[in-house]
Write a protein that binds this ligand. Structure first.
Ligand SMILES: CC(C)(COP(=O)(O)OP(=O)(O)OC[C@H]1O[C@@H](n2cnc3c(N)ncnc32)[C@H](O)[C@@H]1OP(=O)(O)O)[C@@H](O)C(=O)NCCC(=O)NCCS
Length: 205
């Protein structure tokens, strides 16, 4: 089982503390379509992840994606937010359903993050994933202050692979990702450093 990130450059205590503080301080305006997950979001989140076109490729989501598992997933992320180690962000549509989510893990000691997530099937393959990922990478480097982003994708997840390669991620090889139930899944593994993104972002619309 590979522990990620594979690249681990210890950062200073000050920088690690600043990343934790920045993660803890994340909030969204009250009227925004996007916001941090709350405990009462579990039914709406369950509606999203119950669809295998959403949860199937995502190794971090519970399988089976029951309501209880959705509730536990949200509660764990609320605790991670309080520690400055994780964020679960939901994008709501006008009808009050969740149209997509971002799940971000932080390793402040290595100034590193992993971002995962999914988009509801009726919104997939229309460019939202690529645009949202590029915006999230800008925010993670600029506002949160990480120096490295790592990503994994199921071996057959063509869309994620294409998106990451277009945005400049380096493919480091195949790893075995640890599943929430203790099993494992083969994954493609990618990394993007702050320096690489500084060059690449200039050519990303
Ligand atoms: C993966 C996911 C986030 C991508 O978002 P998206 O909005 O659907 O994808 P985009 O429209 O931005 O397309 C991403 C890339 O895949 C390509 N693509 C889109 N649909 C495709 C298809 N059916 N077949 C092959 N390539 C496709 C796009 O051309 C684009 O390539 P580019 O970056 O080289 O231009 C989204 O499909 C999703 O939520 N999938 C289910 C869950 C999942 O896989 N999450 C990621 C786990 S790591």
């Amino acid at each position: 089982m590979a522990e990620i990130p594979l690249t681990r450059h210890p950062t200073s205590a000050e920088k690690a503390a600043a990343i934790r503080a920045a993660v803890r301080a994340v909030t969204f305006p009250a009227n925004a379509s996007r916001r941090l997950a709350r405990e009462d979001d579990a039914p709406a989140f369950h509606d999203l992840i119950a669809d295998p076109r959403v949860s199937g490729p995502v190794y971090t989501l519970p399988k089976p994606p029951t309501l209880e598992a959705a509730d536990a997933f949200i509660k764990r992320h609320i605790e991670e937010h309080q520690r400055g180690e994780g964020l679960l962000i939901f994008e709501y549509d006008a009808a009050g359903a969740i149209g997509g989510y971002h799940d971000i893990q932080f390793w402040p000691e290595w100034a590193a993050a992993e971002i995962g997530g999914a988009i509801r099937p009726d919104r997939q393959s229309m460019g939202a994933g690529g645009a949202g990922a590029a915006a999230a990478f800008n925010w993670l480097f600029d506002a949160i202050g990480v120096d490295l982003i790592c990503e994994t994708a199921a071996l057959d997840n063509i869309r994620t692979k294409k998106l990451l390669e277009r945005l400049g991620f380096r493919f480091l090889g195949e790893i075995e990702s640890e599943l929430p139930d203790g099993g494992k899944r083969p994954s493609l593994y990618f990394e993007l450093s702050r320096k690489e993104w500084a060059t690449r972002r200039l050519s990303v619309p």
